[in-house]
Write a protein that binds this ligand. Sequence first.
Ligand SMILES: [Mg+2]
Length: 123
Amino acid sequence: MMKTVINMTKLEELTSEIRTFCEERDWTQFHTPKDLAIGLVGEAAELLELFRYKNLEESLSALEEKREAVGDELADVFFHLIRFSDLYGFDLSDELRRKMVKNAVKYPAEKVRGKNLKYDEYE
Ligand SMILES: [Mg+2]
């Protein structure tokens, strides 16, 4: 059902490609924190739209039938995430690792294994 895909392209390379793409189009002027955040959420909503009104089985079918469209929206989300981080000085790898440490404290494995409650709903 699930495919594991690991691509070792460095975030640094992707960031540089996006930077060049935006500079060639003089788009930096439009990339305020607010507008990049709106873009990020908008693209995530476009991803969600592909699964709207579908149950689990239909969603899994849509995932295969609309694989390119799903990939397009994942890429759009990733673009905004990388662009925001690049322009405003966030190291995505560091931020992710830092947040995962917080998450590990919030969600101790022995306490939450197999459960999907929010952190403040555990005893
Ligand atoms: Mg899109």
